[in-house]
Design a protein around this ligand. Structure first.
Ligand code: UD1
Ligand code: UDP
Length: 380
């Protein structure tokens, strides 16, 4: 008997992080894998599916420019429910903490379908930051049958919230599976400016920003800080693959006009983005996934947030939380640029988030959920 496992996802980072699990489910004879994209993201989601060769079985097509949190939630509830009724999956798999995840997990719970949560147990401890992700993760944990925690820290967070330890497996983060697989392929740059920077060996600082709680004044401060840094270090190339959100672009991009050592790109295909990360001297970001990937490539990461639900690489010394104050961003980047010993102290390759076997552990834990086998030893 095969069991039907339905993976529901909606944004770029979810697509990257579920891809290894979807592939592992497809390869497991116990399971029939079905995929549903909510389409919370559009171009940024489709790009990742294309790279990993995943053609979703259902597309809820909820995307709208200027979508609100409530409109995403309402559409996902409304459009996922008939698919759950039609497909009658034995389990629904979700990943992370987006609006797609909160809505899909609750929708599955309401249909009494067991929920499997990948990347369970991350906590910043502040319900308003990251917003609304901290709430989304906690809501999802309440309705989850199998919690796939990436690290022992995230497992401990769940246990502290009275979640039964027997329902938690520590798998490592599936992003490391995706990263290792992709870096290995050595996909070349299609953007001529990036190819030239690589050829010339020019020093690169990679920047990404999109966090909702930074929208507005904080993000404009990021734009001003980037301008100041581009002017202070003219030999350095600043590369900003810009999130598609117009709110982000309108806040940051005006400050970067006319600067010869700043390259703004559309969202990069995952293979090119990881290549760029590996070639960069410094990574400046507010992204969750980039905080997990860059440390394993040995890159110092400055995180433009006040807190993080990913403390492991901070503890290892490779990631530093610097907030969004404009002057602080300039000072912290300058310190990495000017102080070689400080740079060396942060440029350590650490792998606290995974060993490339997270998808395998996730599928083994799902088999155990259905009484079909044993788990693999937890990621340590
Ligand atoms: C969402 C997630 C966030 C995650 C991020 C990853 C929520 C509440 N937020 O934030 O947790 O870290 O994705 O990037 O779930 N847009 C496009 N094309 C796209 C994607 C987005 O044009 O392919 C634009 C649209 O104008 C859209 C806006 O970006 O309205 C915001 O997208 P949305 O998914 O609502 O929020 P993100 O900020 O991307
Ligand atoms: N990423 C990408 N192209 C880009 C920027 C990011 O493929 O131009 C990847 C990155 O490697 C990481 C993920 O997208 O795996 C992070 O997505 P994002 O920052 O949008 O979301 P978050 O992780 O903060 O939820």
């Amino acid at each position: 008997m095969t069991l039907k496992v339905m993976t529901v996802y909606g944004t770029r980072p979810e697509a990257i992080k579920v891809a290894p699990v979807v592939k592992a489910l497809e390869a497991c004879p116990d399971f029939e894998s079905t995929t549903v994209v909510t389409g919370q993201h559009r171009e940024m989601l489709d790009q990742v599916n294309a790279i990993f060769g995943i053609v979703p079985d259902h597309d809820l097509d909820v995307f709208a420019h200027g979508q609100t949190l409530n409109s995403i939630m309402a559409k996902v509830f409304d459009r996922l429910d008939p698919v759950l009724v039609q497909e009658r999956p034995d389990a629904v798999v979700v990943q992370g903490d987006t609006s797609t995840v909160a809505a899909a997990s609750i929708a599955a719970f309401y249909r009494q379908i067991p929920v499997v949560h990948i990347e369970a147990g991350l906590r910043s401890g502040d319900i308003s930051s990251p917003f609304p992700e901290e709430a989304n993760r906690k809501l999802t944990s309440q309705v989850t049958a199998l919690h796939l925690a990436p690290t022992s820290t995230s497992r401990d967070n769940l246990v502290r919230e009275d979640i039964d330890a027997a329902t938690i497996a520590v798998t490592g983060n599936t992003v490391i599976d995706a990263l290792l697989h992709t870096v290995e392929q050595q996909i070349p740059f299609t953007d001529a400016r990036l190819a030239e920077a690589e050829r010339s060996g020019r020093s690169v600082m990679l920047v990404t920003t999109h966090r909702r709680e930074n929208w507005g004044g904080a993000m404009e401060g990021v734009g001003r800080a980037l301008k100041a840094l581009a002017q202070r270090y003219p030999e350095q190339l600043l590369v900003l693959p810009a999130h598609r959100n117009p709110i982000v672009r309108e806040a940051v991009l005006p400050y970067l006009m006319g600067l010869g050592n700043v390259v703004v790109t559309e969202p990069l295909a995952y293979g090119e983005f990881t290549r760029l990360m590996a070639a960069s001297k410094i990574v400046l970001t507010d992204s969750g996934g980039v905080q997990e990937e860059a440390p394993s490539l040995g890159k110092p990461v400055l995180v433009m947030r006040e807190n993080t639900e990913r403390p492991e690489a901070v503890d290892a010394g490779t990631v530093r939380l610097i907030g969004t104050d404009e002057q602080r961003i300039v000072d912290e980047v300058s310190r990495l640029m000017d102080d070689d010993s400080h740079y060396a102290s942060m440029a350590n390759a650490v792998n606290p988030y995974g060993d490339g076997r997270a998808a395998e552990r996730s599928v083994a834990a799902m088999r155990q959920l259905f009484g079909l086998g044993e788990r693999i030893a937890d990621f340590a």
